[in-house]
Ligand binder design. Structure first.
Ligand code: NDP
Ligand code: PHD
Length: 640
């Protein structure tokens, strides 16, 4: 199951980048494309002047481009806008008022006092203003967030950790060298830019100077207004240069604090910066928000723009400034971090924070965290951790059998999957698990770790054993599946008893991965049968005399065994399971409010609490009786 994404301005420079990034995204699926009336009604491949080196994704080529009207996008859970600013204002507002979720790249609403202007690796906290925005416009689920101007984006990613570590900045002077893709297509005439530099980009300097203050500022206590930085002055000078992608910026800063930090202190802070997007475990968040390159002649657009798959900012030439305090050069990919990538990463943050709600995607029936090992003899000890709803397909991507989507592991191909951890309550939970497993030295669960990341097999297995025993995870319904033959990888003696360990090739697992991890139909069949069995509005609890109200789905659990008819209040079952583990009569001796597992009071099968809780969400997703009926009929046909 995945989140349906629409793209406005899909034929343009930013739109094309959206298509490429979303086509391999683990959570979003491209559902609708929009552009001007010049393109509407034509297939994407026929109307688009495709300018990226990867081919148009197969599934997009034949899609019909639509007019940018809310009605055409009403099925989308999220809409990304790469619209030209001359039309973005009106169109994006009509989408917002139709209660749709819009992530915009255009400048139109960046200064709006109710619209968060978010650079995902800088100020994810500004999402807190969404509740206020919804209230003002009487929206139930829609909202509008914009990302920043592409030059502002690179700049604030570097200023943010400096401000956090050394206090307010007094002044910032920035000179930009901006790529031609920043001007869209056809953009700057070749006769103007070839063998030349143009020292003017309309409106750009004002945007950098103002947007920086909103992004690096705060929000008020009631989360209803932004507080612009008042103590910092920014001066920008912008130039267009004959580079295809990647904006370079030469920056000097003066700190309020006296004496200012040294060059080494600044470098250390930049190297150690971890953004909220990384901590939350967003799938597109780069390993490093800032890559510091100490070589004298870096960063360079051609060599450094793809660092972190285009989501990192590269910083070099950090040195003392004779006029202000410190100066450096930075580089950011203008159509990835500076545009489409930021929109997507912002949407991932909104999803993780529960603002962009989509239960189907949040509660997939299978989502795992996997451990890969390189099969190259010189890299046998090198491992990589990832998450996916479909490990068979994901391994093929890592091994280059399916194009795109696994750049970080390209150099050490081929790979094998050693093991999977599965049973996560939500996809976000799996992403958070992945992050802590990869970056235990940054994770709050392992305070005081060394700051060097270890990537050896032994170190990752040690961390896995440790994580599965920690309070943060040891009560989840997790399971392990060993894919490679070596069963010594896991020491079951030291793991919590409820963790099941299975082994064998991926194809032999209980799940089919044909439809992005949809579980085999049998399980749904069972759930549906039970649903029909309890179609009356009220029924009796198997554990107490009180009735259960069937429409109050979160109040009761149903046994997972095929023919068992146990149905009980959540509170009754929790009490029974806790009692089973700790029969002492005193409530104060009980350490946990919720159980991990217990016996079904009717059929005596072992049930994991986390599975029962997830079943409730699946049941709520399938709440409409008509869709249940048609689904049920389909399953019967398939079974026949
Ligand atoms: N390029 C960059 O690096 C960055 C761009 N941005 C912003 O992102 C937005 C898109 O930029 P970019 O991709 O470079 O621009 P392009 O000119 O390349 O693309 C513009 C898109 O808008 C569509 N469009 C134009 N007029 C209309 C209309 N009347 N109704 C509906 N759709 C229309 C076009 O469709 P059609 O093909 O049918 O004409 C096209 O899909 C702009 O607001 C820009 O300022 C932000 C940061 C960085
Ligand atoms: N003006 C930027 C791109 C852009 O469109 O910016 P904005 O979204 O702030 O209008 C550039 O030329 O590189």
């Amino acid at each position: 199951m995945s989140i349906k994404a629409g793209i406005l301005g899909a034929t343009g420079t930013v739109g094309q980048r959206f298509i490429l990034l979303l086509s391999t995204h683990p959570q979003f699926t491209i559902h609708a494309l929009g552009a001007s009336s010049r393109s509407a009604g034509k297939t994407y491949k026929d109307t688009t002047k495709w300018k990226l080196s990867n081919d148009i994704p197969e599934e997009v080529k034949g899609m019909l481009v639509k007019n940018c009207e809310p009605e055409e996008f009403k099925e989308c859970d999220v809409v990304f806008s790469g619209l030209d600013a001359s039309v973005a204002g009106e169109i994006e507002l009509s989408f917002l008022l139709a209660d749709l979720v819009v992530f915009s790249n255009a400048k139109n609403y960046r200064r709006d006092p109710t619209v968060p202007l978010i650079v995902p690796t800088v100020n994810a906290s500004h999402f807190d203003l969404i509740a206020h925005q919804r209230k003002l416009h009487s929206l139930r689920k829609g909202f509008l967030v914009t990302n920043a101007n592409c030059s502002t984006t690179g700049l604030v990613v570097v200023l943010k950790p400096l401000q956090d570590a050394f206090g307010p900045l007094e002044s910032v002077i920035v000179n930009t060298l901006q790529a031609i893709s920043g001007a869209g297509y056809p953009g700057v005439a070749s006769l103007d830019i070839f063998d030349n530099i143009v020292p003017y980009i309309s409106g750009e300097e004002e945007k950098i100077e103002w947007e920086t203050l909103k992004i690096l500022g705060g929000i008020n206590e009631t989360k209803s207004a932004f507080q612009l930085l008042s103590e910092t002055k920014v001066s920008a000078t912008c130039n267009r240069v004959p580079v295809l992608d990647g904006h370079t910026e030469c920056v000097s800063v003066r700190f309020k604090r006296r004496p200012p930090p040294s060059v080494e202190e600044v470098i250390k802070v930049l190297e150690g910066y971890v953004s909220d997007a990384q901590k939350i475990g967003c799938s597109s968040a780069p390993e490093k928000a800032i890559v510091v390159n100490r070589q004298d002649d870096r960063p360079q657009p051609r060599l450094d723009r793809d660092n972190g798959d285009g989501y990192s900012v590269t910083v070099g030439r950090v040195r003392e400034c004779g006029v202000l305090d410190i100066k450096f050069t930075l580089l950011a990919h203008n159509t990835i971090l500076g545009a489409a990538g930021s929109g997507i990463l912002n949407a991932e943050i909104a999803l993780a924070k529960g603002i962009l709600i989509n239960k189907k995607a949040e509660h997939p029936e299978f989502y795992c965290c996997y451990l890969l090992r390189s099969l190259q003899s010189k890299h046998r000890n090198y491992v990589y951790i990832g998450t996916t709803p479909n490990p068979i397909q994901r391994l093929r991507q890592h091994n280059g059998e399916i194009a795109a989507g696994a750049h970080k592991t390209e150099k050490k191909r081929p790979w094998e999957i050693l093991l999977l951890v599965h049973g996560f309550p939500t996809s976000t939970a799996a992403l958070q698990f992945e992050w802590a497993w990869t970056y235990d030295h940054y994770s709050r669960h392992f305070p005081g770790r060394l700051t060097n990341q270890k990537t050896s097999l032994k170190s990752r297995l040690d961390v896995l054993h440790e994580m599965l025993r920690l309070d943060a995870w040891n009560r989840w319904p997790l399971a392990l599946h060993l894919v490679a033959a070596d069963s010594n990888l896991i020491n079951t003696d030291i793991l919590p008893k409820h963790i099941k360990v299975t082994s064998g090739p991926l194809q032999t697992m209980r799940y089919t991965f044909a439809d992005k991890g949809r579980a085999e139909s049998e399980k749904k069949h069972e759930q549906l049968q039970k649903y029909f069995f309890h179609r009356e509005k009220k029924t009796k609890c198997s554990l107490c005399p009180e009735p259960i109200s069937i429409e109050d789905h979160r109040s009761y659990f149903i046994c997972r065994e095929k023919y068992c008819k146990m149905i009980s209040h959540r509170r009754c079952l929790s009490k029974a399971f806790l009692q089973e583990h700790d029969p002492s009569p005193s409530p104060s001796s009980k350490k946990y409010l919720l159980p991990v597992a217990g016996q079904c009071p009717v059929c005596k099968s072992k049930l994991l609490w986390g599975h029962l809780a997830r079943d409730v969400e699946v049941r709520i997703d399938a709440i409409h009786i008509e869709s249940l009926v048609s689904h049920y009929n389909r399953l019967q046909v398939n079974d026949d």
